[in-house]
Design a binder for this molecule. Structure first.
Ligand code: GAP
Length: 516
């Protein structure tokens, strides 16, 4: 656990130091749980969005995209259930005046037990070496079995009280488990209460409740209210999907773990409209399809897992998370929900407009059922960065061992695809040649020119931002118009003609390599 926290701290500081993510309004000491994407961060994030959009929209004839407004008619949120049911249970500590989510406090209790299990496993692994079988150890070691049983009991009880919205039951759990304020150790708690997560704002020219608007807490509703517009204007036949990437806002009370839980974040959502009764087939299809998408980006199977929801949201008849192993443990990365006909039916009721589809094959009209895939762009960013950032020992320019931080991002999503480096800064013939190469390549892909510092340090800088290829212009280049092309991961240097750089690099950074 300590090692994991160290890795996470290193990731957070790498994001700042190398220009991926800044705290929002940092000069005013920041705004909690709000972050800005820095120059390399925005390139990486755009590439992740592009990978999602291409795979969902460009490669599916029956999925089209939209970009709906963040502000929507306030009745939208009444119909969707967000005004009445989009709540988190909160509890205040009377001594410290700190506010917490009840479920987070109870999960924290279980995480402490989990940490003890991890410690025992690490000790046993050290003792038994290669012969160690973790699954067998977990199943047979008495202390671990008891601790796991305890976690399972507590989580089952939490699932029940959360599902029932049982505030007294939540308070009883806090008392029974003797949970204390993590920062001060005080057990002087208020009663828990529900807190709505939507941010509200005012419409300019109307007074009172009528003027109350919300910043959307999910992008999905922009898709639901446009369902018939899109179906008619694109002449799609069911089953078909509508995809969207956009900002969402939630007034998260306890914002934790860097960009994992933010107040302003971005979602990539797709609503797939299907005939009633066919939703479970499509739910299974999208579960597998989305898992494959993550694996195609190079995330290994052991860092991904499904987690079925114990508590279904008010709109769902089945729901699963794709969890990713972040440095702080397995957490939700993407949700796949079978949302029934709940949203369209509720919008129909409140708007008085029909949201039905005439199915020519069946000869009948119906409100379609919906299977949704919903992934947070920022969580995808965090997952990708955490998997890619590695510390390695490699030979330096003199052949001695040196440590490097390298971001092993898949080349198609790397922020900078290729850096052009003259071997020496003060040799005009080299810099002029390198600049000419750079000025040509930058039309083809994101490129960087760098002449400052020794060549070894420049390679390290490019490694740290994940640049997959470095082109070095040396004295031979002036003779024969060839350069060296250095591969970030293998450190191999190949000699290639200048005229071939664009073709070779373009082929290796093509997003097609991921889809294949
Ligand atoms: N339309 C369904 C929906 O919004 P959700 O599980 O609440 O479902 C979907 O959110 C995804 O959005 C999550 O899997 C997560 O990746 C991302 N997400 C949710 N809340 C977030 C937050 N506060 N900060 C960053 N990402 C968040």
């Amino acid at each position: 656990m300590a090692q994991q926290n160290e890795a996470f701290k290193q990731l957070v500081s790498h994001c700042k130091e190398y220009g991926f993510i800044y705290q929002s309004s940092e000069i005013y000491d920041g705004l909690a749980a709000v972050y800005d994407y820095a120059p390399y961060g925005v390139l990486l994030k755009n590439n992740l969005k592009d990978y999602w959009w291409k795979s969902m929209v460009q490669l599916h004839e029956n999925i089209v995209g939209i970009d709906a407004a963040i502000l929507m008619h306030p009745k939208t949120w009444k119909a969707s259930g967000h005004v009445d049911a989009f709540n988190d249970p909160l509890i205040d500590n009377k001594d410290s005046k700190k506010r917490y989510r009840v479920d987070h406090l109870i999960e924290g209790y279980c995480e402490k037990i989990e940490a003890k299990i991890d410690k025992d496993i690490a000790k046993a692994r050290k003792k038994y070496g290669d012969a160690f079988d973790e699954a067998q150890f977990r199943a047979t070691n008495g202390r671990i079995v008891d601790r796991q049983k305890r976690i399972d009991e507590v989580m089952a009880r939490l699932t029940k009280v959360m599902g029932d919205g049982d505030m007294e039951g939540m308070k009883a759990m806090i008392e029974d488990l003797e949970i204390k304020d993590p920062e001060t150790g005080s057990a002087n708690w208020t009663d828990p209460r529900q807190f709505n997560l939507m941010f509200s704002t005012q419409l300019g020219n109307i007074a009172g409740e009528e003027s109350k608007l919300y910043l959307r807490p999910e992008t999905a509703q922009g898709i639901f209210v446009n369902f018939l517009n899109v179906q008619k204007t694109t002449r799609q036949k069911i089953p078909f999907g509508i995809a969207q990437i956009g900002k969402a806002f939630r007034n998260e009370i306890v914002a934790r773990q860097f960009i994992f839980r933010m107040r302003e974040f971005e979602q990539m959502e797709m609503q797939f409209f299907v005939p009633p009764g066919k939703e479970m087939e499509w739910y299974a299809y999208w579960k597998e399809t989305r898992l494959k998408w993550h694996k195609a980006l190079g995330h290994p199977a052991e860092k991904l897992r499904f987690h079925d929801h114990d508590n279904l949201a008010h709109y769902a008849n089945a729901a699963v998370d794709i969890e990713f192993k972040f440095p702080f443990g397995f957490r939700e990365l993407e949700g796949i929900h079978s949302r029934t006909d709940f949203d369209l039916t509720e919008h129909q009721k409140l708007s008085g407009r029909k949201l039905q589809y005439f199915d020519a094959e069946l000869g009948e009209s119906y409100v379609p059922y919906v299977v949704e895939t919903s992934i947070g762009c920022d969580r995808m960013f965090l997952a990708t960065m955490s998997h890619a950032l590695q510390q390695e020992i490699v030979p330096d320019a003199d052949g001695k061992d040196s440590t490097r931080m390298v971001l092993k991002l898949p080349p198609p999503i790397a922020p900078v695809k290729c850096a052009v480096l003259p071997l020496l800064k003060n040799k005009e013939a080299l810099t002029t040649k390198a600049r000419a190469i750079f000025n040509d390549l930058r039309f083809a892909f994101d490129c960087q020119y760098d002449e400052k510092d020794a060549i070894g340090r420049r390679y390290r800088r490019q490694d740290a931002i994940g640049t997959p290829y470095c082109v070095t212009v040396d004295f031979d280049t002036l003779e024969d118009d060839t350069v060296t092309l250095r591969d970030r991961d293998t450190l191999q240097q190949e000699r290639i003609p200048i005229s071939k750089i664009e073709e070779i690099v373009s082929e290796r950074i093509d997003m097609r390599t991921l889809f294949e």
